[in-house]
Design a protein around this ligand. Structure first.
Ligand SMILES: [Zn+2]
Length: 344
C-alpha cells in the first residue's frame, strides 16, 4: 500500500474494476504487470508505475499472446489526456490549426493553479484566462468561438467532444435525443444505462464506463453550449455538392446554392421544415448535387456518387424511382416537391 500515491483526483485501477461495469477487463496496472513478470526485468525502467496525475498507469494485454499493446493512465479525466482530447475536439468541430501543444498550455496552467482540471472548465471557464499570449491565445479563443458558432444535433455535439473511448460515430447512438436531461430520462425509461446502450448496439464496457463517467459534466457543458445544439426533431439534410452549381441561367457558389435550397424550406411564418447542411463526403450525404461540368469530366466525386447510389439501391434503401445524385436544377425541383408535401 505504501507505493500508492493518492494525488488530487488520482484513480486506482483496482477500485475501478470493483464498479458495476468493471472496465479495463484486459488491462493490468503497471505495478501488477511488473510483479507478475508481464513486463520483463530489462524493461522495468521504461514503464512508470504512476501517471503525473497520480493515477495508475495501465497496460493492455493481447489475450492470446499476452503481449502489451497499449499503455495509458486509468484516470478518465487525466489532465495529460485532456490536451489531446481538446485538439481532437477542435478538429471534430472543423477547426484546424490548433494542436495538443497549445491546448496543453491552458490545461497545464489550470492544473497547476487549481490542482484539478476538467473539460468543462477549459471550455466554459477560460474566458479572460491569462495563461496564453500571442498566437496561442488567438488560436485558442478562435477555436472556442468556432465551437460556439457550430450548429449540430445533441448526439453530434457530444461525440464531437472527443472523450476518450467515445468515437465520432457516437452521434448515431444518441440520435433522437436533444438534451442531457432527455438522455437521462430515456435511460431511466428503458430500465437503466446498460439496457439503453445495448439496445443501441454499444457493447464495449469501456465505452459505457467512460460515457457514464463524463455524463455529470456533460450536463454542464451542453447547458453552456445550448445555442449550438439544434433540436433533433428538426430535419437535417446533409448534401454534398460537386462541380458548378448552375441553376437555370445563374451560376451560384456552393453557399449561395445552399441558401437557395434552404429558402425553399422556410414556411410563411418563418419556421423551417428542414435544414440543409453541406458535407464534403459523398458517403455522409443524403443527396449529392452534381454540376454538369462534374458529370462531363466524370470527377471522382461523381463516380463515388454513382457507386453509392448503386449500393443504396442494392441494399433496398432507395427505390428504383428515387435517386441519390441530382443536377442542381433537378435537386431544386425535388426540394419544391418535398416542401409542398410537408406543407399539406
Ligand atoms: Zn493521468
Amino acid at each position: 500500500m505504501d507505493k500508492i500515491f493518492m494525488g488530487v483526483g488520482s484513480v486506482r485501477l483496482e477500485q475501478l474494476k470493483l464498479g458495476v461495469l468493471s472496465p479495463f477487463g484486459d488491462y493490468l496496472s503497471v505495478v501488477t504487470a511488473k510483479e507478475v513478470g508481464t513486463i520483463p526485468t530489462s524493461h522495468l525502467s521504461l514503464f512508470k508505475d504512476f501517471c503525473a496525475c497520480g493515477s495508475d498507469m495501465i497496460v493492455r494485454l493481447q489475450p492470446e499472446s499476452g503481449s502489451i499493446t497499449a499503455l495509458t493512465c486509468c484516470n478518465p479525466q487525466c489532465y495529460l489526456k485532456l490536451k489531446f482530447q481538446l485538439a481532437a475536439l477542435f478538429e471534430r468541430f472543423g477547426f484546424k490549426g490548433i494542436g495538443p501543444e497549445t491546448c496543453g498550455k491552458v490545461v497545464n496552467e489550470l492544473w497547476r493553479s487549481k490542482g484539478s482540471v476538467s473539460l468543462f472548465e477549459v471550455l466554459c471557464e477560460t474566458a479572460g484566462c491569462t495563461v496564453l499570449s500571442g498566437a496561442d491565445e488567438v488560436a485558442f479563443f478562435e477555436a472556442l468561438e468556432h465551437v460556439r458558432a457550430s450548429r449540430v444535433s445533441y448526439g453530434k455535439f457530444v461525440s464531437n467532444l472527443a472523450y476518450p473511448f467515445i468515437g465520432n460515430k457516437f452521434g448515431d447512438v444518441l440520435q433522437g435525443i436533444s438534451s442531457t436531461s432527455e438522455l437521462v430520462a430515456t435511460m431511466k425509461d428503458e430500465g437503466g444505462f446498460i439496457p439503453f446502450f445495448s439496445k443501441r448496439g454499444v457493447q464495449s464496457v469501456d465505452t459505457i464506463f467512460h460515457f457514464m463517467w463524463f455524463l455529470k459534466e456533460l450536463d454542464k457543458i451542453t447547458e453552456c453550449f445550448s445555442s449550438c445544439i439544434v433540436e433533433s426533431s428538426m430535419n437535417i439534410i446533409p448534401i454534398c455538392m460537386t462541380g458548378i452549381m448552375q441553376s437555370f441561367d445563374r451560376k451560384l457558389t456552393k453557399s449561395q446554392y445552399l441558401e437557395v435550397c434552404n429558402s425553399i424550406f422556410v414556411k410563411e411564418d418563418g419556421s423551417k421544415i428542414a435544414d440543409l447542411v453541406s458535407t464534403e463526403t459523398v458517403s455522409k450525404a443524403l443527396f449529392v448535387v452534381v454540376g454538369q461540368d462534374s458529370i462531363e469530366k466524370s470527377t471522382s466525386k461523381f463516380r463515388k456518387a454513382l457507386d453509392h447510389e448503386a449500393s443504396l439501391r442494392k441494399a433496398g434503401i432507395i427505390s428504383d424511382s428515387d435517386k441519390f445524385w441530382y443536377t442542381p436544377e433537378e435537386f431544386l425541383y425535388l426540394l419544391h416537391a418535398r416542401a409542398g408535401e410537408k406543407d399539406e
